[in-house]
Design a protein around this ligand. Structure first.
Ligand code: SF4
Length: 477
């Protein structure tokens, strides 16, 4: 799998499990991914529910983000003024292309040849590494998971744990092949190898690039959380620090930060707090600090009240871990940067429903994502609305066969006789299938992983009810 092939999907859209993205899905990875998501989902929720007032925390976090989004223009203006007062140079980027150009200009100005990067989903949106490489600048990921997927020339499969799909043994083989290290599948040893390799890069890099977890409007500070210490080194060792932020990653006041610092790690990694919390208050002496605020479609979401709560998202990743579809297919199947339920809403709005029309249908609509989201993003209802939007726009989200099935279903549901006839046809069909010379597995994807339901021997409730009612009437008369 080459970096070019991965890049291709960014520009051509984000359809679910296309012929191309199927190639990005590792069949042997699904079991590891499903198990890891399951473990993470339950572990994270246990840490959350150990807090007595958790529902109140959620409501408060929702209210703070709702206020932020409702006053985004004013708060961003305040944030920028306060940043500049601290000596930070701020840029606005309307899209990924402009953000890339700004980073390149800064890099040229400071004669940058090598960059160390902390984890940043905004930089993934920009495909920054690829862009910098095309201009002769090497950008090295320093988050362990990101480092591993960069080494494997893959894309992250999860927004919090990018290498979730890889086992320790697979990483051991990767280090053996790419770094010439002796094979090991011991976690501590693998970490030691990465640490040794990365340490010298921090010291020699010309520029550090990071994301921003929370921008704080009333102080002009910004906060980054991490567990490995790599962000601390990426942002303090090189003489230049560029921080990339989506315009929605803001909170109004410093006093709300502890709330979110408690929530994000609990939901993201099942920790009460991350190992490191960095609060940046302008550049230290002799160093340069830049903040790039990127829109890239976010104001488009802001203009649509029915999708606006998506801007509350703090990127904890928990809705991915709880999504039965994500657990089966992993992150690459979604074709763009953000996977899972949150990814579907963001991607469809950021790249346009025309380019992502199948994503809203990659959901069981079980509603687990809405139930667990710490900031109460109403993901499930937005998924339904996006389905309608995809169909209204006349996209190819539904095949002719799909449309025929749903039209027939709608017709059948319009009257008692029609409904009974359909049920009769289904029952008869299922009885006939048993005697066919080929196995029902031949029905394709639908039956490959599951058995057909057994035909109930007992009459359906409807029949039972009618019979009972007749008997009751008979007895009454
Ligand atoms: S939508 Fe909610 S659960 Fe999903 S990543 Fe965002 S904050 Fe977390």
């Amino acid at each position: 799998m080459t970096q070019q092939s991965l890049t291709h999907f960014h520009h051509s859209g984000a359809e679910f499990l296309t012929r191309e993205t199927k190639g990005l899905y590792e069949p042997h990875g699904s079991k590891a991914l499903a198990a890891a998501s399951e473990k993470s989902a339950h572990g994270n929720l246990n840490v959350c529910w150990s807090i007595e007032d958790w529902p109140k925390w959620r409501q408060l976090a929702h209210d703070v983000k709702a206020y932020t989004v409702a006053h985004l223009d004013l708060l961003l203006d305040r944030f920028v003024r306060n940043l500049e007062a601290k000596g930070v140079t701020v840029y606005w980027a309307k899209d990924a292309e402009e953000a890339n150009r700004i980073v390149l200009d800064i890099a040229k100005k400071h004669e940058v040849k090598t960059v160390v990067k902390g984890k940043s989903m905004v930089s993934e949106e920009m495909e920054l590494n690829h862009f910098l490489a095309s201009h002769g600048i090497t950008a090295l990921e320093t988050d362990l998971g990101e480092y591993i997927v960069q080494l494997a020339r893959q894309r992250p499969t999860h927004i919090v744990t990018p290498a979730l799909h890889l086992s320790a043994a697979e990483i051991g083989h990767l280090f053996e092949e790419k770094l010439g290290e002796k094979f090991t599948d011991v976690h501590e040893e693998l970490t030691r190898i990465a640490r040794k390799r990365l340490r010298e890069k921090f010291i020699t890099a010309d520029m550090g690039i990071s994301g921003i977890n929370f921008g704080i409007a009333d102080t002009g500070s910004f906060c980054l959380v991490e567990n490995e210490g790599n962000i601390g080194l990426s942002t303090s060792a090189p003489p230049v620090h560029v921080a990339l932020m989506g315009i929605e990653k803001l909170i109004p006041k410093l006093e709300y930060l502890p709330l979110f610092l408690n929530m994000l790690p609990r939901m993201g990694t099942g920790q009460k707090l991350t190992s490191y919390t960095h609060l940046f208050n302008g550049p230290t002496q002799g160093r340069k600090m830049y903040v790039i605020l990127m829109d890239n479609g976010r104001t488009g979401i802001l203009q649509q009240p029915e999708y606006r709560t998506m801007l509350h998202c703090i990127r904890c990743g928990l809705c991915l871990n709880h999504c039965p579809v994500y657990r089966q297919v992993g992150g690459w199947a979604y074709g763009w940067v953000y996977p899972g339920p949150m990814g579907t809403i963001l991607t469809s709005n950021l790249v346009g429903i025309e380019k992502a029309s199948s994503l809203p249908f990659a959901s069981s609509l079980c509603g687990a994502c809405s139930e667990i989201c710490p900031v109460k993003v109403d993901l499930a209802h937005m998924l339904v609305r996006l389905r309608k939007k995809a169909i209204d726009k006349g996209t190819k989200a539904r095949t002719l066969l799909d449309r025929m099935i749903w039209k027939s279903y709608a017709m059948a549901m319009q009257g008692n006789f029609r409904f009974k006839s359909l049920m009769f046809a289904i029952k008869t069909g299922m009885r006939i299938i048993k005697f066919l010379p080929w196995h029902p597995d031949k029905l394709g994807q639908w039956t490959r992983g599951r058995a057909l339901p057994k035909i109930p021997q007992e009459p359906a409730f409807r029949d039972w009810w009618e019979k009972n009612r007749k008997n009751q009437k008979k007895n009454e008369s």
